[in-house]
Design a protein around this ligand. Structure first.
Ligand code: FMN
Length: 198
């Protein structure tokens, strides 16, 4: 996958949120990615209205992945897995899968639950399987955390970002981890295209 010299590297954050905590994480991921010079980042939200008679119908969102260099998926962990609305988006990508349209793009993911160990890993694992189906290249979180309850990656996940909400609040440290994660994915996308940050 080549992009012309001087063109911006594009990172798109595709997420679903019911009560807003995943959206807050998405915004923090965006801020991190947008802080990398040469990178253009954008957040897109899956909405209930995108799903008509059980089928995801927002083709513009699918097309936004077609034109991205890296994609970061996010949704809450609900009943031990990805939200149904995110899954509807994923199911609608099957035509792209058949053509391997997203092959070679970078992919990463984040999720949030109200428990410290509320099976959020299952959501990240789902994202990795989805990425593999599309031939995408997975980027994990390179912070050996889990030791400092106030430190980045306090919950110690490295497959992606796991956060823990309290009601509709996300701890600042998780938002900080999200920002770091966005920057990391953007930097990897730059490297993939032979760019160094100016
Ligand atoms: C139906 C339902 C199922 C949930 N299941 C889980 C779960 O399996 N694990 C967990 O840690 N939190 C679970 N939660 C809590 C949500 O993941 C948490 O409130 C999250 O912050 C919501 O994200 P949002 O604000 O982006 O919608 C559940 C919440 C609801 C309403």
């Amino acid at each position: 996958m080549q992009i012309s010299p001087g063109a911006m590297v594009t990172v798109r954050i595709i997420h679903h949120s019911v009560t807003g905590t995943t959206s807050r994480l998405a915004q923090a991921v965006l801020e991190g990615a947008a802080g990398i010079r040469g990178c253009r980042a954008e957040v897109l939200a899956i909405d209930g209205a995108d799903i008509v008679n059980g089928k995801f119908e927002n083709d513009a969102m699918l097309r936004s992945v077609d034109t991205a260099d890296a994609v970061i998926f996010g949704c809450p962990t609900l009943m031990g897995g990805a939200s149904a609305q995110f899954k509807a988006f994923a199911d609608a990508s099957s035509d792209r899968w058949a053509a391997q349209r997203w092959e070679g793009k970078l992919c990463a993911g984040f999720t949030v639950g109200s428990c410290a160990s509320g099976d959020q890993l299952a959501t990240l694992l789902y994202f990795t399987v989805l990425a593999a189906q599309h031939g995408m290249l997975w980027v994990g979180l390179n912070i050996p955390g889990g030791h400092d309850p106030q430190g980045r990656n306090r919950l110690g996940a490295q497959l992606g970002l796991i956060a823990q909400s309290t009601g509709t609040t996300v701890p600042t440290v998780d938002l900080d981890t999200a920002s770091y994660f966005g920057a990391r994915v953007a930097q990897k996308a730059m490297s993939l295209h032979g760019r160094s940050q100016a």
